[in-house]
Ligand binder design. Structure first.
Ligand code: MG
Length: 317
């Protein structure tokens, strides 16, 4: 775990450094509040700060207030160090948004355990964030988290003038699985299906649950053809997969339909329009008799043409 130390007094800084390093923490060090503030603007900056109160340029209270005003998805745990041990000082520190305080000269054991408390709070926060973003059945991102991540991907693609593609897939006749075998087996099928989708995704692709048996796969950097070929591999692997019932009495086979679309910087303004195109492609795949891939290319969509990988190769225009 990384900790940021902000203190203008070199001796106090060194004592903090020596102790925290000994307890296994990684450190970043600033000699005043402004320097600490600059460090916090960088990616991968620490989420736990131990900051002195009295410092030139920007003091600990100002630093804390600035941090509380900034928009950051991760929480920053702030411990303020102060020689001012009076009640009213402690209260103004807490008022500024500090989580905890230590009075100087501090006791080593106290520093250790107050740091541990901060670490525990941050771990809990991390766990809560995880639970809020993940679909508990499949372990994939839930719809909201997927959309958020996709929006980030879209801005990155616009900045770097790159491409990215989307796959939307839906298990064919899934209702029959639930009706025939019950919802527990239905859940098992969803887990097996998404598990095999994951095996074909690259490490930087991300998957999300869109609805009941509908799933989205975002492929950063992939063009339309690459997305369609990934979808085709997923389709084939799904068809070949045998899902054994828990009592080993029999196995189930499923198929899935896939729609793919490639994001176009010129014509797409939001994630919704890209999802809509992917949805149209999926709808076409269903209409073609299911268990196939349809690729909705933006320029082709107007003409209503699709590419199906189940069609003979000469039709792949
Ligand atoms: Mg000071």
């Amino acid at each position: 775990m990384k900790i940021l130390i902000a203190d203008d007094d070199p001796i106090s800084r060194r004592i903090l450094e020596a102790n925290l390093l000994e307890w296994g923490y990684e450190l970043m060090v600033a000699s005043d509040g402004l320097e600490a503030w600059e460090i916090l603007q960088k990616p991968e900056s620490p989420n736990l700060i131990i900051s002195d109160w009295m410092m030139p340029r920007m003091d600990g209270l100002e630093l804390c207030r600035e941090i509380r005003n900034m928009e950051k998805s991760k929480y920053i745990y702030f411990i303020i160090l102060t020689a001012k041990g009076e009640k009213k000082d402690i209260i103004s520190g807490l008022e500024a948004g500090a989580d905890d305080f230590l009075t100087k000269p501090f006791n080593q054991e106290e520093l250790k355990y107050r740091t541990r408390i901060g670490e525990r709070v941050l771990n809990l926060e991390h766990r809560i964030m995880e639970l809020a973003n993940i679909d508990s059945l499949t372990g994939l991102l839930n719809r909201r988290a997927f959309m958020e991540k996709m929006e980030q991907e879209m801005s990155r693609t616009q900045r770097e003038n790159n491409s990215f593609s989307l796959i939307l897939t839906d298990i064919d006749h899934f209702k029959n699985v639930n009706d025939t075998y019950g919802h527990q087996i239905g859940d098992l099928v969803l887990r097996r299906f998404t598990g095999q989708l994951k095996t074909l995704a690259r490490p930087y692709d991300f998957l999300g649950r869109y609805g009941g048996e509908e799933f989205l796969i975002c492929l950063p950097g992939a063009n339309g053809l690459q997305a369609a070929s990934t979808a085709e591999r997923m389709r084939r692997q799904t068809e070949d997969m045998e899902i054994m019932l828990p009592d080993d009495s029999q196995s189930i086979r499923i198929t899935a339909s896939f729609g793919t679309a490639c994001y176009s910087v010129e014509s797409e303004k939001d994630v919704d329009s890209l999802i809509k195109r992917t949805d149209v492609a999926l709808y076409m795949a269903k209409n073609k008799g299911r268990n196939c891939v349809c690729n909705s290319n933006h320029s082709e969509l107007g003409k209503g043409t699709t590419v199906s990988f189940n069609d003979p190769p000469n039709e792949e225009a």
